[in-house]
Each structure stands twice: as C-alpha cells, then as structure tokens.
Design a protein around this ligand. Structure first.
Ligand SMILES: Cc1ncc(C[n+]2csc(CCOP(=O)(O)OP(=O)(O)O)c2C)c(N)n1
Ligand SMILES: [Mg+2]
Length: 362
C-alpha cells in the first residue's frame, strides 16, 4: 500500500520534512525514541566533521585519495537507523556515514583511506562488507547474501548502495533482477547525487527517475527526498517490513547532492556552477535535522557547540593514531576479504611473497 502511493513514473517524491526541518507529512513522521534521534544526529555530525578534517589532511599530504560523503548523510543514516544489528550493509565507496552508524569505527574508516587493509576488518557481529570500488559489483554481493539469508532462514535483510551513474552498469541490473525473481530480502538504495564524477545525471539514462527502473523488475520503486533523514528512515521501515515478510526487494532512489568533490583528485568547479552548489546547501541534510531536533527541544546552540568541540577532538586524536600506527605490510592486501582464503588467492599471496624475497636478494 505504502509504495503504491508514490508513483516514480510521475516523479512523486516521498518526504517528511521540508528544507527548514518542519514536518510536512505528519501522517508519515516516524516514531523514533529521543535517544535514537540524538544518536542519528550525532553520527551525521561525526561523519561531517570527519569528512571536512580528512579533506584538510589530504590537502596537507597526510591522507591518500578518498571519496567525501558531505551532503549524503541523511540518505545513509536513515536506513541504517531503521535496520537491526543483524541486517547487512553492502556499500559502494561513499558510505562512510552508513558504516559509522552500523558499527565501523572512525579509525577503521580512516585506515581504509590511508591505504591500510585493516580498515576493512570489522569487528565480529558488525555486518558490513568492505568498501567496493568496482562500480556495481556490490549489488551482486548483496543479492548473494540475501539469497543465503533466505535459504538459511536467517531473517537478515541486506541494504546495498549504488550511485546514479552505477545504475547504468550491467551488475545493477543483474543483482536487482535476481533479487526480484527470488523475492530476496534486499533493499537497494540509489544515491542519486546528480553526478557520476563529471557526468551529469541526465546523461546516465533517459529514464525520468532512477526509481522507475524497479517497474521492469516487478518490485516497488520509490523516489525519496534523500536529504530528509526521517523520510529515508520511514521508507526503509516499509521496505524492511516487505523483506521480513518474504515479499522481496525494494528499490529506493534517494534524491540528494554531493556537496564536495567526487574524490580528492577531482575539481568539481570545472563541471558544475557555484549557484547550483549554493542551492543544495540550503537543503543541507544535517542542518535540516538539527532544526527538527531544535523544534522538538532536543537540541540547542550550547549542545551543538559542545558536540562540535568533542567531535573535532575525537577526529584529530583518531587521525593521529592512524598516522602513527597505520603502516602495513604489503602482503596484507590479500588478508581481509575472505574468512578462509580461497586457493587461488593463497597462491597469489605466496607468489607475491616469493617475488618480494627474490627482489630483496637483488
Ligand atoms: C567498473 C568501474 N568503472 C569505472 C570506475 C571509475 N569510477 C569511479 S567512481 C565513478 C562514477 C560513479 O558515479 P555514481 O555511480 O553516480 O556514484 P558517485 O561517485 O556519484 O557516488 C567511476 C566511473 C570504477 N570504479 N569501476
Ligand atoms: Mg553519483
């Protein structure tokens, strides 16, 4: 019923908050306890502060290339807050906020972008797959986990993320289609941040919305204001309900914007106008949620100041620790993707170690 109310072919967009954080869809305002609301907000701010600091470290030559998340925090925190611990997160490469909410540590996040594979080694019970850079392949990994969850009756739902550009890749089609055929507990979130590096959304596909691609797979697809954390939470609740009832996957298009560069090696001023960025800044997901919490008397200026101060210190201390201990052995690149390393990878590692030994002898 819920999904039928918003037709992606008519570009109907689901939202709960307006750009000033006021509730415009009271009926759909999710019932979230105050502790969770505050935890959601604090994680959004942590992701934001960590992002801004990492950009500075990168410009100082202390951090390698990374993909900033700024502007997309709501599209990531809403779904993660609606999920259970046992559910899975299968990210692409711009999901730092989702990963932090789901239980990855900031240290792990920084280690990854520092080039250290230990950043992909999550704690036991933290159901997150490593960052996935090859566009689209994560969708098939997600379908595989969801298939296993269904066969083994584990009750785990899989959330996976992809960008607007990624939806033109074959693996997006293969994974989402497979999920539809087998009614898998799989929720695919397209973060339509309007660009694939410098390629604008209009050149990614002729389709009016990305959510409408769901129609071809016979599953619900919905266009959501991706800068509205409550809308993202609410829509995920409905998608989770379907998945847990064995009704199959859902496709969610989170309409959002990447406020920063594609990665630290990109200069977006070459392909987009300042006015466009300014326009999206007015819809900043963190500001909107802060206004909502302030209206609810859960937040104020003093709390904001204290949080900013605390998180800046957490981020600076974590980065110093990563700088000190982040060095790694080259062969570690083989170690963290499988619980039991497959034979061919073992062989690759052995060959590589032999190669290193031989080159030392030269
Ligand atoms: C298979 C593959 N082809 C090309 C690339 C290079 N590449 C990295 S990010 C990117 C654009 C992705 O755009 P989108 O899917 O919109 O995600 P966003 O970066 O906007 O989050 C490309 C082409 C890649 N990583 N993998
Ligand atoms: Mg994009």
């Amino acid at each position: 019923m819920f999904f039928e109310k918003y037709d992606p072919l008519k570009k109907e967009m689901f939202s709960v908050l307006d750009k000033d954080g006021k509730v415009i869809n009271k009926e759909e305002e999710p019932d979230i306890d105050n502790d969770t609301l505050l935890h959601m907000y604090k994680t959004m701010v942590l992701a934001r502060v960590a992002d801004i600091k990492a950009l500075q470290y990168q410009r100082q030559g202390r951090m390698l290339t990374f993909a900033p998340v700024q502007g997309q925090e709501a599209a990531q925190i809403g779904p993660m807050a609606a999920s259970d611990k046992k559910d899975w997160l299968v990210p692409a490469f711009r999901e730092a906020a989702a990963m932090l909410y789901k239980g990855a540590t900031l240290k792990q996040n920084y280690l990854y972008w520092f080039g250290n594979e230990r950043g992909s080694h999550f704690d036991e019970g933290v159901n997150i797959l490593p960052v996935n850079v090859p566009i689209g392949s994560q969708i098939n990994h997600a379908a595989g986990i969801a298939y296993a969850s269904k066969i083994l009756k584990k009750g785990e739902v899989v959330f996976t993320y992809i960008g607007d550009g990624g939806t033109s890749h074959g693996e997006f089609h293969e994974g989402v289609n497979f999920g539809g055929v087998y009614d898998l507990p799989m929720i695919t979130i397209i973060q339509n941040n309007q660009y694939a590096i410098s390629t604008p959304r209009a050149q990614a596909t002729k389709a009016d919305t990305l959510a409408q691609k769901a129609i071809a797979y016979g599953i619900p697809g919905i266009l959501v204001d991706g800068n509205d954390v409550l809308a993202m939470y609410r829509v995920s609740q409905e998608a989770l309900k379907r998945a847990r009832a064995g009704e199959g996957p859902t496709l969610i298009e989170a309409f959002t914007y990447r406020l920063g560069p594609h990665t630290t090696s990109d200069d977006p001023s070459i392909y987009r106008k300042d006015e466009e960025v300014e326009e999206w800044k007015q819809k900043d997901p963190v500001d909107r949620f802060r206004k909502y919490l302030t209206n609810k008397k859960l937040w104020n200026k003093d709390k904001e100041e204290a949080l900013q101060k605390e998180l800046k210190k957490v981020v600076a201390d974590t980065f110093k620790e990563v700088e000190k201990t982040g060095q790694y052995e080259l062969d570690e690149v083989y170690d963290y993707n499988y619980e039991t390393m497959p034979k061919d990878l073992k062989k690759q590692k052995e060959d590589y170690l032999n190669y290193l030994k031989e080159s030392e002898g030269e």
